[in-house]
Design a binder for this molecule. Structure first.
Ligand code: TRP
Length: 440
């Protein structure tokens, strides 16, 4: 299982980023059955931020934050997006199979248009091509390493859908049944804390209610927690533990017993000042030792650079040969391959059209479909799925298990389950052979 995620480098991280993204990702990266890719999305950062000093500082701070939080760069692949030139090249290959209409439908872009319209401005005012094409670059980040799972917030679900759409189009246009890209899916952990900020709303830079993770040290942490909103009950008065963010933030750093004890103390009249002090101590237990490591890296940027250069080299061990294959697929080939006496390119064999093909597509009704074809014959068409993810999962199930009944598909006239299953079996064999050939 390959897990990949990136963080835009336009600012510094807060406790919400730590509890919601960094900490669960670092923990998951220690498992033996996952291969993790974490990166600084510093090309994406240029879309929002055109202050070079801030970009420079932010990518350093975010890299140091990952490492201070326990990320082991030998265990994972840890890099800056801008150090992998294959990513912007893939961005272009994907741009050329991605319809503009798909980008027009992006929520973030539509929100911009609407805000401009409401303000009586030109609808595209302030929209750069970088912003408009944001989802293509994000798809390139993900597909470059064929990630299966992408830990992100809910606001990114549509970007994953778009990445699958581009992957499918590329596979269908150039793959001739061969899958260059696997379908990536978002990973949204239900039980990972969404931390509330000072005012009780989700902790977010755009609400200006954040508690810094490392920047400003213990002093800034204490200062921010001092500003967490509470009611004005005095020490000794019973308090509602759910009336403030303090309790939920405490929960994110405490064991269940400690959390229950904290609630009980508030109900028994613990003063808000004392409660804040307890929260600061609790956070410091976990973050304090990390802060030293963070400060060390910020003071030794050359060491950070070495770690990231090593990470880029590791990432490019995958990206460079894969890009070679993709270039070949689209026709950007080395002319030597055309020489008569040159050994036949192994790809010559690949371009033999396989018997069966599964194509995913979207209809005017907005639903997602797939169909199975054999040569010019269409054997079956699926029912419509409300999202690409469900359609993708149905395709995967069909490929792996065959067709048990025709409940979710429409078989073409005269086509039997037996014919469909024989074709699927042949496709599985073909796929296995290809994998074997590639491995040897
Ligand atoms: N768009 C993501 C965000 O705003 C950041 C990002 C860029 C990303 N490229 C990515 C996340 C690739 C996951 C995978 O949070």
């Amino acid at each position: 299982m390959r897990v990949l995620t990136g963080i835009n480098t336009t600012g510094t991280l807060h406790l919400g980023n730590y509890c919601g993204a960094i900490r669960p990702c670092v923990q998951a990266s220690r498992r033996d059955d996952v291969e993790s890719f974490f990166f600084m999305a510093d090309l994406h950062a240029l879309i929002k931020c055109q202050d070079p000093a801030r970009i420079e500082l932010s990518r350093m701070q975010i890299a140091a934050s990952w490492l201070a939080s326990g990320l082991d760069p030998d265990r994972v692949t840890f890099y800056r997006q801008s150090d992998i030139p294959e990513i912007p090249l893939l961005n272009w290959l994907l741009s050329c199979v991605c319809s503009k209409g798909l980008m027009n439908r992006a929520h973030a872009y539509k929100a911009y248009l609407e805000a401009n319209q409401n303000a009586g401005e030109d609808p595209d005012a302030g929209v750069s091509m970088g912003l408009f094409c944001y989802p293509v670059l994000m798809a390139a980040d993900i597909l470059m390493f064929n990630a299966d799972r992408v830990p992100v917030g809910r606001d990114q679900i549509q970007h994953l859908e778009m990445a699958r759409d581009m992957a499918t189009r590329f596979n269908n246009t150039y793959g001739l049944g061969r899958e260059f890209f696997v379908m990536p899916f978002e990973q949204i952990d239900e039980h990972v804390e969404i931390l509330p900020g000072l005012d009780g709303r989700k902790m977010s830079k755009s609400y200006n209610n954040v508690i810094p993770l490392f920047e400003g040290g213990e002093k800034a942490l204490a200062e921010a927690i001092g500003r967490v909103v509470t009611d004005s009950k005095l020490p000794g008065e019973p308090k509602d533990p759910d009336s403030t963010s303090l309790t939920r933030i405490y929960e994110a750093f405490a064991t269940t017993e400690q959390y229950q004890a904290f609630r009980a103390e508030l109900s028994d009249g613990l003063g808000w000042g004392e409660a804040k002090k307890k929260l600061i101590d609790k956070i410091n237990e976990e973050i304090g030792p990390m802060r030293e490591k963070y400060n060390y890296y910020i003071a030794h940027p050359a060491e950070l650079e070495d770690i990231l250069q090593a990470g880029a080299a590791k990432a490019r061990k995958i990206a460079t040969p894969f890009m070679q294959e993709l270039r070949h697929a689209v026709g950007l080939r080395n002319f030597r391959e055309l020489q008569k006496d040159a050994p036949a390119a192994p790809e010559a064999k690949k371009s033999v059209k396989p018997r069966g093909l599964i194509k995913q597509y979207r209809e005017a009704d907005g639903l997602f479909y797939f169909k199975l074809t054999e040569g010019a014959d269409t054997l079956l068409v699926s029912k419509g799925y409300v999202n690409g993810r469900e359609a993708g999962m149905a395709v995967a199930a069909l490929k792996a298990k065959g067709l048990a009944d025709a409940a979710d598909v429409t078989l073409s006239d005269g086509v039997t389950l037996a014919r469909v299953n024989a074709l699927l079996e042949a496709m599985r064999l073909e796929e296995a052979e290809k994998k074997k050939a590639k491995a040897s």
